[in-house]
Structures are given as structure tokens and as C-alpha cells.
Design a protein around this ligand. Structure first.
Ligand SMILES: Nc1ncnc2c1ncn2[C@@H]1O[C@H](COP(=O)(O)OP(=O)(O)OP(=O)(O)O)[C@@H](O)[C@H]1O
Ligand SMILES: Nc1ncnc2c1ncn2[C@@H]1O[C@H](COP(=O)(O)OP(=O)(O)OP(=O)(O)O)[C@@H](O)[C@H]1O
Ligand SMILES: [Mg+2]
Ligand SMILES: [Mg+2]
Lengths: 226, 226
């Protein structure tokens, strides 16, 4: 479903070059749960942004459903991002002027879903994640873990085939974290969705079929369950 | 050093009232490391903001070094916040237009420390936390965990007596997290600083002399080591 070949990403900062990713090869099948682990700064978020077509590699190819993304026009890329991929950002990226419900409904507006349907689906998604009674709060009226969960619900709004979750439980206690992971597990088992989770938490990695470890922009280890 | 009596905090949102804290009593001695744990939304960040004089309770008294804070003028409160307390925010709150080094130096400007001294101290603090080679990066050129560590270094800029760290390792791998906790441990053991850490991670709580558990705005458990 997702194929990355020889992915390199470099940033130029004044006179120095930061090698965020140095030749990463990765193939992920439909319905898999893959965990990506590694030290702070090892390139995990950079890799996630490239998989999610939010960023282009400096070198290498990305294929989504066998379509090379560099051959796609911006409009097709936007469709993939909006419909096929749900992204949970490490820093949440919620809209301050919208409520929790408004934030979860936002991706559905771009897919031209009717307002009554958006409002209802947003409310249900928040309910599922334990935030039913917080739907009218704005981000600044929510705790850190509540904001994180709103961004998780938002990622599921358009029922995407691929969910990319960048450290989705970093601000959650173990119980809320388990609720999130069980939800993602169920989306994968029952609905065949592909879930890629960046995590520092071995308890979260335990939900994965495969665990990939990055260090200094390279994959140094790959472990499979079963 | 820090005393909280019957602290209640309520938020009014339209017709509903959110009871974030419901009568919290807490006394923390100089040189202690205290961990605060509890589910997402249980009131931990709210409590930290009140301890750090960044927010006022709806009911109850706060004393810092035996001085009731409601008897202090804004100027004296600002001095406490600027010199006695170092705050690591759950959402980092870095200044986007400044580099890592600039962000760490910022609190020192308000304490009228000379520029050459600020620059050097900021560089040293970043070095200690493993970010020496990232000091010229802006926040959007840093990973999540790197931003978290910059905000930790910034909290130590003015050598405060009390460090309040709201989930300081939520975005860190276990090794970076251990480095941070060893640094805080040393500040407490060798320099007599008081450290209050909100965490979901039992490995972090293991560094504490005392662990306080919140649920629904109340302290439900207190455990002491030794
Ligand atoms: N400005 C506000 N208006 C209304 N409710 C608020 C406001 N700020 C916080 N809350 C609510 O108060 C409760 C406590 O928030 P707090 O941020 O202290 O939780 P927390 O324990 O730090 O959670 P987390 O572990 O998720 O960071 C939450 O349920 C939150 O929704
Ligand atoms: N725009 C940028 N310019 C320069 N360097 C950057 C930029 N963005 C990221 N980096 C660097 O690239 C490296 C990888 O960043 P990335 O965000 O992918 O790390 P990460 O593995 O997600 O880390 P964390 O666990 O801390 O979130 C980091 O060392 C970071 O400093
Ligand atoms: Mg990251
Ligand atoms: Mg919090």
C-alpha cells in the first residue's frame, strides 16, 4: 500500500546540512499496524510527513497504492491527503477558533459532507474517545491529553485507509492510551485500515505487527510478530 | 516552600461549570522531588499553573516561602515567576522567531543578565541536555523531543529554586528521558532545588521522593519513598 525507496531528506541551515533521513526503504501492506521507534531527533516525524505526502524527500521515491507520488499533480495529492490519509500530528495542530467538535468536523468539509452529517459524526468520534462532554470546548479550554485525543478523532473523520499517528499517546495516562490503541487496533483488524504509529512507549509498540527502529535517519532494526 | 490550602478551580463555559480542582491541599518542602500523576483531564496542569503563580484559584490560598500570594502585588508575583520558578510547559510554548539558544536566553533578559553571559549560559544548558549542535535551529526546525528539551533548558535559565515540569518527557525516548530526569535529580540532590514533575510515566515517578495521584480534581493517593 505504501512503498518508500531510498528516501533521503536533508535540510540546509546556513552552512550546515542536517541529514534527517539517509536512505530509508520501507514497504507497508494494507491492514498492517507498524510501530516506528527511535531516539529523539532520529527522523521519525520527518519519515511520517513524507509517507503522508505532506513533505517531499530530497532523494528517493514514494508510492501510494502503486502510484508514484512525484508523478501526481497537486490536486491528486490533495485528494490522497484529504481522503486516504488521516494524520495525527505530534503537536496536535488544532484550530484555536474552533471547538473540539468543529476541529473534528473540519476535514469533512473538504470532502463535501453535509453539515448535519459532519456534526453527528464528529460528536460520535469524540464520544468513542471519551470526550463527548468536551465537544464544545476550544483547544485552550482542554487539557494536553484532551487536545491530543481531539486530534486523533480528527484523523479518523474521513474514514481514511491509512492512519499516521505521530506519538498519539505521549500526553496520555496508560488507560486513555490503551483506549486509543484499542481503537486503532480495531480499525486495523475489523476495517482493514493501515496504521503507522510513531511511539517511544513499548506498551504501544506491543499493539503492532511490525516494529521498525530508526537511528540517525536510518532503519537499524525491524522486528515482526508471529 | 510551597503550600496550597483548599484549592478549588472552576471554569465557566456557557451554562456548564467545569470543576478542574476540588479542594486540594498540598505542602512541598525545599529540595523535594514530587511527582504528580493522574488521568488525562484530572487537573494536573491546572494545579501546576496555580503552584507557579500563572493562574489564581477560584477558592483557597497559595503560599510561596510562607508568603500568601494573594497579598502580593503583580510586580512581586512577576519576580517570583521570573526568578524563583522555572516552568516547563506541556506544550513547550517556545518563541517561533528565536533560535533554541535565543529561547533559552530569554528569561535571563528579564533578570538583566549581560548578553555575553546569557549567550554562554544558554549554550551550556543546551549542551547539558544534548542539544549543543541544535542551538541555532528555530523551533520549526527541531523535532518534538528537541523542542521539549529546549523548553526544559529554558526553565533552568535563571537557576530557579523551584522547577515545575509538566510532562517533560512525554515526547522523549527512554534514554533522553533518563538524561532529563538525572539532570533534575542532580539539581535537587546537589543544589537543593525543589522539583515538581507531572508525568504519566512510572519510570519518571520512580525518581520522586513523593508521588501524588489526582483524579477528577482531587488528591486520591499520596505515596512516600523511604
Ligand atoms: N479554560 C478552560 N475552560 C474550561 N475547562 C477547562 C479549561 N482548561 C482546562 N479545562 C478542563 O479542566 C480539566 C483539567 O484540565 P488539566 O489541563 O488540568 O488536565 P490534566 O490533568 O493536565 O490533563 P492531561 O494529562 O491531559 O494534560 C480538563 O477536563 C479540561 O477540559
Ligand atoms: N526544518 C528543519 N531544518 C533543519 N533541521 C531540521 C528541520 N526539521 C527537523 N530537523 C532536524 O531533523 C532531525 C529529525 O527530526 P524529526 O522531527 O524527524 O525527529 P523525530 O525522530 O521525530 O524526533 P522526536 O522523537 O524528538 O519527535 C532532528 O534532529 C531535527 O533537528
Ligand atoms: Mg517527532
Ligand atoms: Mg496537562
Amino acid at each position: 500500500l505504501v512503498k518508500l525507496r531510498n528516501i533521503t531528506k536533508e535540510y540546509q541551515l546556513g552552512k550546515t546540512v542536517v541529514h534527517a533521513l539517509r536512505g530509508v526503504d520501507l514497504a507497508i501492506d494494507a491492514g498492517e499496524i507498524v510501530a516506528i521507534m527511535g531516539p529523539s531527533g532520529s527522523g521519525k516525524s520527518t519519515l511520517m510527513h513524507i509517507i503522508g505526502c505532506l513533505d517531499m524527500p530530497s532523494v528517493g521515491e514514494v508510492e501510494i497504492e502503486n502510484m508514484p507520488t512525484d508523478s501526481l499533480r497537486e490536486r491528486q495529492l490533495a485528494t490522497i491527503r484529504g481522503r486516504k490519509i488521516g494524520f495525527v500530528f505530534q503537536t496536535f495542530n488544532l484550530v484555536a477558533s474552533l471547538t473540539a467538535q468543529g476541529n473534528v468536523a473540519l476535514p469533512m468539509i473538504f470532502q463535501k459532507i453535509k453539515r448535519t452529517q459532519r456534526t453527528q459524526r464528529a460528536a460520535e468520534l469524540l464520544e468513542k474517545i471519551g470526550l463527548g462532554d468536551r465537544k464544545n470546548h476550544h483547544p485552550n479550554e482542554l487539557s494536553g491529553g484532551e487536545r491530543q485525543r481531539v486530534s486523533i478523532a480528527r484523523a479518523m473523520a474521513n474514514d481514511p485507509d491509512i492512519i499516521l499517528a505521530d506519538e498519539p499517546t505521549g500526553n496520555l495516562d496508560s488507560e486513555s492510551g490503551a483506549t486509543v490503541m484499542r481503537t486503532l487496533r480495531r480499525l486495523s483488524d475489523e476495517e482493514g485500515k493501515t496504521v503507522i504509529v510513531v511511539t517511544h512507549n513499548p506498551e504501544v509498540a506491543a499493539y503492532a505487527d511490525r516494529v521498525i527502529t530508526l537511528r540517525d535517519g536510518k532503519i537499524i532494526k525491524e522486528e515482526r510478530r508471529d
